[in-house]
Design a protein around this ligand. Structure first.
Ligand code: ACO
Length: 330
């Protein structure tokens, strides 16, 4: 049984992706790559690309409306909006404030968090703590990205990996039996250079983009990221399971961050998790960073991949480095 009291639960899930599909075959006409290379090295077949002129909060608002409806919660009753993203609408104000305006959450405090692909897990961890304090009741945790805007479309090593989309969860006080059983979050800033976008911040401000255009794209040391992802996601999974008195056999569904099928397979092997208990949708969406877990969770819920009282394990990893996990009794 759970080691700790359960304070918060997910009462609504939502996801929304852009209509435009970019296939591996389309990419093969843009850079020197092939469908075969991308599929065998990453597991990705296609990804979604946001419409030009639309910001991240546009897609997040669509996802939020779905989640709020399921939770039967009017947007005005939201206390907090936590928006995890590395591709906000603007430098400031936060994407959360744009989202707040779009959904009419007039009574909420809204802000962004930056934890790259682990952002949604960081958000769940924060929301769980805030609800457990007794100070807040209704929190919207969002993971949404338009990564296509920061990708170098001439770099075959990165442009084939990422996609756009939004997902979110409404968090409310638990009935004590179901909800967030435990979370684990960690970061290691010493590894910041392996995955980042140097430009656009205070070191290389937007005004200098013309002088160093190459700095204003996502950059990644693919092999190093891969190696750390397997180790650290495996650790995050083990920590949250063992820390709460469980092991891999207790997990009904494992939803890992959707970055690369080979990373997912390596972690599943380490956790002795059979394929039918691992949820994968990266073939259709690619790596959507902070949106990947809430999109997958929303989809898995609607496909009946888990049922009431099932234990679902969420694990993510991203730039920073950041990594983390959440164990949820649905
Ligand atoms: N098409 C064809 N060839 C390519 C492509 C491509 N799209 N990309 C790279 N190659 C080539 C390379 O140039 C290299 O050629 P060379 O041997 O002639 O130099 C060859 O393929 C092998 O390159 P590697 O980088 O060693 O390929 P690898 O098997 O490591 O796969 C990949 C690359 C897919 C990027 C892998 O390293 C990976 O998935 N890393 C983790 C990436 C990731 O998950 N990032 C995000 C995690 S955190 C977050 O989500 C933000």
């Amino acid at each position: 049984m759970e080691n700790r009291k359960i304070f918060s639960m997910i009462t609504g899930l939502g996801a929304f992706v852009p209509d435009k599909i970019l296939t591996n075959h389309d990419l093969a006409e843009m850079v020197d790559t092939s469908d075969e290379w991308i599929r065998t090295r990453t597991g990705i077949r296609e990804r979604r690309i946001a419409e030009s002129g639309k910001g991240t909060s546009f897609y997040a608002a669509k996802a939020a409306e779905i989640a709020l409806k399921q939770a039967n919660l009017p947007a005005e009753e939201l206390d907090i909006i936590i928006f995890a993203t590395v591709t906000p609408d603007m430098y400031f104000p936060s994407a959360a404030c744009f989202l707040q305006e779009k959904i009419g959450a007039v009574n909420a405090a809204a802000y962004d968090i930056s934890a790259a692909c682990t952002g949604f897990i960081y958000g769940l961890n924060l929301a769980d703590g805030m609800i457990s304090s007794g100070k807040y009741k209704n929190i919207l945790v969002v993971g949404a990205e338009i990564l296509s805007r920061i990708i170098n479309w001439n770099d075959r090593g990165t442009c084939v990996l990422f996609g756009d989309g939004a997902g979110c969860a409404v968090m409310q006080p638990s009935d004590g039996k179901r909800g967030i059983v435990g979370t684990f979050v960690k970061s290691d800033g010493r590894l910041n250079h392996l995955l980042n976008m140097p430009g656009g911040g205070s070191i290389y401000p937007p005004s200098e983009a013309k002088e160093n255009p190459e700095k204003y794209f996502l950059k990644m040391e693919g092999r190093e990221v891969f190696r750390h992802a397997v180790t650290l996601m495996g650790d995050a999974a083990t920590r949250v399971l063992q820390g709460n008195g469980f092991n891999g056999d207790d997990v009904n569904l494992f939803i890992p961050h959707q970055a690369n099928i080979r990373i997912i397979e390596a972690i599943a092997k380490r956790l002795h998790m059979p394929d039918d208990r691992v949820y994968v949708n990266l073939d259709r969406f690619g790596n959507t960073s902070s949106a990947s877990i809430p999109i997958a969770l929303h989809e898995a819920y609607h496909l009946g991949k888990f049922k009431e009282n099932d234990l679902v394990l969420l694990v993510a990893f991203g730039g920073g480095f950041t990594w983390g996990s959440a164990l949820v009794r649905f």
